[in-house]
Design a protein. Structure first.
Lengths: 444, 280
């Protein structure tokens, strides 16, 4: 019996040293995919390879070939692998696509990467109708999660918060200047993030001119002497302060002087130093905005907990979509049940007509014989008319209950129905809500 | 007929305002903003039809009183907003201005527009008066949008400075955008207002034989205030103080338009002259 298997490793189970061994891209990935597809018992396969995870989704007889895919590349990888099957594998894919399994929950790239993985698999013709339906459902799930929850909202790192803040004050930074005061590592990161808003001048100043020069090179700015801090700030719109000084470097008096020189154009201080380098009283002046590490951290925490809350709702969406996916599969079983039912009924009609004709056929002419056969057929057709209509409706509306009940009621052999549907890969019962309705063969 | 059409316009404005406010509360509903803009366009057109009916019914005299004037100002404000939205995607601004437009329509809906249209005085035919009325109304309309933008600035500044980073923080545009928008609107408004002021004095001289009227005092104060704002901007002053003064200026306009009428016999301005002329 072909089923959906997932074998993979991710940032949750494997360190980067292991993950980088599986960094498959381009042609290598395509070749690996084709090789996997050619293995025994593998019907369809897809490989999702990002810097945080490598996962293989395959419709296969067992997970053996998929495991071998990993072990062939890195024999030691066994301990880092996780495997899921049927519905759990589908759920995992839905969660991954919706960015619920990401390192930073709610990040945007993963959906694109899943789409890419599917695109590659279908280009290599290793993805068939089942993976196609599964992936489309996963994309729909991800889209629903993104539009119906706040999972992608809010900044999740300090430098991202700094960028958001500066955006709300200045719009963009075109034609504006950033100054990096002090040589802290966080400062350099934030300066780089801010430079992405379009600032055309980045200044770096430090007590030691050598470090200022080195850092300026690193962030693509120009060094300025520490002694000219006042003049530098007068030219600057956003100052990122992270010196190792144990006390306030930026005092209200200094800011007052600076603001006078710059004719009260707005100015923003981002203090990344602990202990603080910018006196909080500076922010009380008009058109001066000052934030310290605590302010930024608070935003990071708030958006992280908001995302966690959104993730709860997202999980519910995943479950609902999983159910819908299962129901869709069940509904596809409606047509095979219908065919089996008709076949069985017609066989009975034929047999009964033959039996009757055997007993009384001698007394009838040709016309009479034909009438008997026609009558048997007509009874079957009349009797099955309504069930046929209903089953066709069920197939269209995706109602999973009726086909199962019909199979039970008319005593149709389950295998007959299942085999008739080659695209029926997951015999596992669907989740709770529709479990009662799935009275199809494999449940009994 | 005019009032009926005007009521329809008000209804569509209300729907547009509701759509914009919904989008403001739930930015995820992109379609709400699109619907808001479509409804605003429809409302603007229906309103135009109502103004057209008004002109044919009352011969244009209805703009010379408070109700018609405010309605006209609302129409111009809606038009200016639509124009602005073409160049800048600012659905948040619409969430603030469209309700304001709706408020401007209220007197026209509840009252009877053509209550004293029988007495169309001689001065109404002065071209200078037409210019005065239309520029004054346009000025009010532009200042109304500036009022909305300045209000948004103050709300956003409170968020940014108070480190709240709440709902408004994410939904309102940046301080820079709002500040620049307010400043530009104030400049445009001042230019239009200047024309209204000069033509107003000229018409008053002709109609009453004296340019003096309490309304004039207010108009001059408003002109002075907004001129000071433009001058302040040259000096680099901006932000909070600029926004507060923009609000104050619009408050003075509203006070002069509504307040002066509350005290009878104080001002001859705004349609009263029609009746007085007739009584004389």
């Amino acid at each position: 019996m072909k089923r959906l298997y997932l074998v993979g490793l991710s940032h949750k189970t494997a360190p980067i040293a292991v993950r980088e061994r599986f960094a498959l891209t381009g042609e290598t990935l395509k070749d690996a995919l084709t090789a996997l597809h050619r293995r025994d018992g593998v019907d369809e396969a897809m490989v999702l390879s990002t810097c945080n995870r490598v996962e293989v989704y395959a419709r296969a007889e067992s997970d053996g070939p998929v495991r071998r895919f990993f072990l062939d590349i890195e024999p030691e990888a066994g301990g880092h692998l996780y495997a899921k099957l049927h519905e759990d594998a589908a759920r995992h894919l839905f969660r991954v696509a919706a960015s619920l399994d990401s390192m930073v929950v709610g990040e945007q790239q993963i959906l694109g990467q899943v789409k890419e993985a599917y695109g590659l698999a279908s280009a290599a013709e290793t993805a068939g109708s089942f993976l196609s339906r599964l992936c489309n459902r996963a994309f729909a799930t991800a889209k629903r999660v993104r539009t119906e929850t706040d999972i992608g909202r809010g900044a999740t790192s300090v430098s991202q918060v700094a960028v958001e803040l500066v955006e709300k004050i200045f719009g963009d930074l075109k034609g504006r200047a950033i100054a990096l005061v002090g040589a802290g590592k966080m400062g350099a990161l934030s300066a780089k993030a801010l430079a992405s808003l379009g600032a055309n001048r980045v200044f770096v100043t430090n007590r030691s001119p050598e470090r200022a020069r080195a850092l300026a090179e690193q962030v693509g700015g120009s060094p300025r002497p520490w002694e000219e801090l006042t003049e530098l700030l007068a030219e600057t719109d956003v100052a990122i302060v992270s010196t190792g000084a144990p006390s306030y470097v930026i005092t209200p008096e200094l800011v007052k002087k600076v603001m006078k020189v710059r004719r009260h154009r707005s100015m923003c201080f981002i203090d990344l130093a602990v202990p603080r380098n910018v006196d909080p009283a500076c922010g009380e002046q008009a058109d001066v905005y000052a934030y310290d590490m605590d302010d930024l951290d608070r935003v990071v925490h708030a958006s992280k907990s908001a995302r966690a809350e959104a993730a709860l709702r997202a999980e519910a969406i995943v479950e609902a979509e999983l159910m819908a996916f299962a129901a869709e599969r069940e509904a596809r079983a409606a047509l095979p049940v219908l065919h089996a039912l008709r076949r069985q009924a017609e066989a009975i009609a034929r047999a009964e007509a033959a039996r009757t004709l055997q007993r009384v056929g001698g007394k009838l002419d040709d016309k009479g014989r034909q009438s008997v056969e026609a009558m048997a057929k007509a009874i079957v057709n009349k009797l099955l008319h309504l069930p046929t209509v209903r089953l066709k409706d069920a197939a269209q509306s995706g109602d999973p209950a009726l086909p199962g009940l019909a199979a039970q009621l008319f005593g149709i052999e389950p295998e007959a129905a299942v085999e008739a549907d080659p695209a029926r890969p997951l015999p596992a019962p669907p989740p709770a809500a529709v479990a009662g309705a799935t009275s199809l063969p494999e449940n009994r | 007929m005019t009032v009926v059409v005007l009521r329809i316009a008000a209804l569509v404005y209300a729907l547009s305002a509701a759509a914009y406010v919904l989008h403001f509360i739930r930015p995820r509903y992109q379609r709400a903003a699109t619907a808001g803009q479509a409804l605003l366009t429809v409302a603007f057109l229906v309103h135009a039809v109502s103004i057209g009916f008004g002109c044919s019914e009352f011969g244009g005299a209805e703009f010379f009183n408070l109700r018609g004037g405010l309605g006209m100002a609302s129409w111009l404000a809606a038009g200016a907003l639509l124009l602005l939205l073409r160049f800048q995607r600012l659905p948040a601004l619409a969430a603030f201005v469209v309700p304001l437009v709706l408020v401007g329509l209220v007197p026209g809906i509840v009252g009877n527009i053509g209550s004293h249209h029988e007495a169309v005085p001689e001065v109404v035919r002065l071209p200078a008066l037409k210019l005065h009325v239309s520029t004054a109304i346009a000025g009010v309309a532009v200042f109304a949008i500036a009022f909305g933008a300045a209000l948004m600035y103050l709300l956003q500044e409170r968020e940014v400075k108070g480190k709240r980073f709440g709902v408004l923080f994410t939904r309102l545009p940046s301080l820079q955008t709002l500040d620049q928008l307010t400043q530009r609107l104030v400049r445009v408004g001042l230019a239009v207002w200047s024309v209204a002021l000069v033509t107003g004095m000229f018409v008053a001289e002709k109609a009453w034989g004296k340019p003096w009227d309490p309304q004039l005092l207010f108009a001059v104060v408003v002109w002075g205030l907004y001129s000071a704002l433009v001058w302040m901007r040259q000096q680099g002053i901006h932000g909070r103080r600029y926004a507060v003064l923009t609000l104050v200026g619009f408050a003075i306009i509203m006070t002069s338009m509504l307040g002066l009428r509350a005290v009878p016999e104080l001002s001859q301005h705004q349609g009263d002259f029609g009746r007085k002329e007739a009584m004389r």
